[in-house]
Design a protein around this ligand. Sequence first.
Ligand SMILES: NC(=O)c1ccc[n+]([C@@H]2O[C@H](COP(=O)([O-])OP(=O)(O)OC[C@H]3O[C@@H](n4cnc5c(N)ncnc54)[C@H](OP(=O)(O)O)[C@@H]3O)[C@@H](O)[C@H]2O)c1
Length: 263
Amino acid sequence: MSESYYEQLFGVRGKVALVTGGTRGIGLMIAEGLVRCGARVYVSSRKVEACEETERALSAHGECIAIPCDISTIDGCQQLADAIAEREDRLHLLVNNAGLTWSAPIDEFHEKAWDRVVDLDMKSPFFLSQKLLPLLRAAASPEERSVIVNISSVNGIKPSGLQNYSYAAAKAGLAQLSAQMARDLIDDHINVNTIAPGPFKSKMTAPLYATPEAEAEVLDRFAMKRWGQMEEVAGLTIMLASPAGAFLTGVEIPCDGGSTSIG
Ligand SMILES: NC(=O)c1ccc[n+]([C@@H]2O[C@H](COP(=O)([O-])OP(=O)(O)OC[C@H]3O[C@@H](n4cnc5c(N)ncnc54)[C@H](OP(=O)(O)O)[C@@H]3O)[C@@H](O)[C@H]2O)c1
């Protein structure tokens, strides 16, 4: 292998990527990392202003195009896939990151909260991937596999102490769904992997650091006793999408400072 091959071992330059929920939090961290490393990155979320702001901010570092879309329904997934297909004939990387959580006491947990979470966190990654398979297949070859990265959670691996029943179930299901898809897409040269984040600061986790006491209590549950950083989740996603990650498929990788492995 040449020197230039090794320079691109962790490279995503020239790849086309879509990051759902890429307008804030973990999705924005991943999108920014990909843009800064030279990928053309589509981000999507429901709010038009958030999309416009993200496109403007990330375009300072490279190529970013935002497409507002609600992907909590199959129609929404189809709309987003159609919008990408209007602009691109190939997609190298799909990051299914958009998600929501819900906590309520076990005796009061409502079916609506169950359905909203499961629809966005587990059903939509499947159907968006399904609708984008033609573009993912078009980009894939034995030498350059296309990649789906599903964002699950450490809450899908072990109980968190939060009463987020549908979230924990959806994230555990997402990891198993990823492994199943990885198996079935192996000959299409599409890798499917899951990243299970530990604690990252975002709108979703804002109540967990609303006060210094709350923050200290949360971080005490995690081995490194700190929040994850942008480059840690972006770097892992970039590795999975690069030649260095080509031999990895069907795995769930915790990005949590060791919490699920060493306590
Ligand atoms: N932060 C953590 O510590 C942590 C830990 C473990 C796992 N995770 C997972 O990481 C992912 C991102 O979490 P986060 O903390 O960054 O959450 P966040 O700050 O709430 O961001 C969620 C993103 O998803 C978008 N979104 C929400 N509903 C949507 C819908 N129906 N259609 C399209 N986009 C939608 C939001 O934008 P709009 O409001 O504009 O739609 C936003 O861009 C989630 O899957 C979450 O479960 C996070």
